[in-house]
Design a protein around this ligand. Structure first.
Ligand code: NAP
Length: 280
């Protein structure tokens, strides 16, 4: 029998949370590295989030992921927040420390930048202007990580401009805000285009963007991974642009969390990628 203290436990808190791919992802790694443990779904209603987080240590959890709608609220409930997560304004990972206190991290932006590096080894953040469409939670994480990776000209374009202004103010650095009405013209000189809006997700209309002005050398990416190829990525690929979908962001954000909980920095294998792709 495995001793309780050696059995690693982690999970994902969300509401609803049934759609999450994280149990499959972390379950694969637990098995691959022969680690005794489990990663479970933790459906937690918003009003119960404080009690659920407080209960992690007592239940023997190494930590958890937090997802919609808890990412912002959880940041105020943990004992300490990593500086990058504080700049982003949300956490997606909680680590239970040896003394039972909780530390919050945000690995989404790391996951995004790493997904570009994995698929485009020659990618550089300072290669040219980057345009981020959207100004929600994913945009905050991606903008912070692009600034930290060395971006010199970052533009945020969002339907609601005040949210884009708020990101520019909170994160700082070489960030400007482009009016939503100017998005088709604003892509003319960009080296990197990122969609972080929900438009193009399965069940949502495609992103309303005309790629005519975009250079064929620009890299086009989407945070969305359901579907794997959004209408934006399909249009970009059809005209010869390189594209990166959102699956790599999901897979890469999970690696440092798994390492913090279970003590192994796991690899993204082609078998794992295929397994998750089969579910989207
Ligand atoms: P969010 O905080 O709700 O932000 C949604 C964004 O979409 C906002 O900027 C919103 O603009 C914009 N939007 C919504 N409807 C629109 C419309 N009709 N026209 C133009 N813009 C519209 O969501 P989020 O957490 O940032 O997630 C955004 C996307 O990223 C989702 O599809 C999610 O699945 C994906 N994501 C992927 C990963 C990954 O690991 N790959 C991680 C996180 C998120 P307003 O501000 O004007 O409302």
């Amino acid at each position: 029998m495995v001793e309780a203290k050696k059995y690693g436990l982690a999970g994902v808190m969300g509401w609803p949370v049934g759609h999450s791919r994280s149990p499959m992802l972390h379950g694969y790694w637990l098995q691959k590295y022969s680690l005794p443990g489990a990663y479970v779904l933790l459906p937690v209603q918003p009003e119960r989030l404080p009690a659920a987080l407080k209960g992690l240590a007592a239940l023997g959890f190494a930590g958890c992921n937090v997802t919609i709608p808890h990412k912002v609220a959880a940041m105020e409930l943990v004992d300490r927040v990593d500086p990058l997560a504080r700049r982003i304004g949300a956490i997606n990972t909680v680590v239970v420390e040896g003394d039972g206190t909780l530390t919050g991290y945000n690995n989404d932006g790391y996951g995004y930048v790493q997904s570009l590096r994995d698929t485009q080894p020659d990618w550089r953040a300072d290669a040219g202007p980057a345009l981020v469409l959207g100004a929600g939670g994913a945009a905050r994480a991606i903008v912070a990580s692009l600034v930290d990776a060395g971006a010199r000209d970052l533009r945020i374009c969002n339907r609601t401009p005040a949210r884009a202004e708020a990101i520019a103010k909170a994160i700082g650095g070489p960030i400007s805000v482009v009016p939503w009405e100017r998005r088709n013209a604003a892509i003319a000189d960009v080296a990197l285009l990122v969609n972080t809006t929900s438009q193009g997700m399965s069940g949502q209309p495609p992103l309303d963007l005309d790629l005519a002005a975009l250079s064929r050398n620009a890299l086009v990416s989407d945070a969305i991974y359901i579907p794997l190829e959004t209408p934006l990525l399909a249009a970009a690929r059809a005209r010869g642009n390189r594209t990166v979908n959102g699956l790599g962001m999901l897979l890469n954000q999970a690696r440092p969390a798994f390492n913090a909980w279970f003590g192994v920095m796991p690899e993204i294998t082609s078998e794992l990628r295929r397994m998750i792709e089969a579910t989207v």
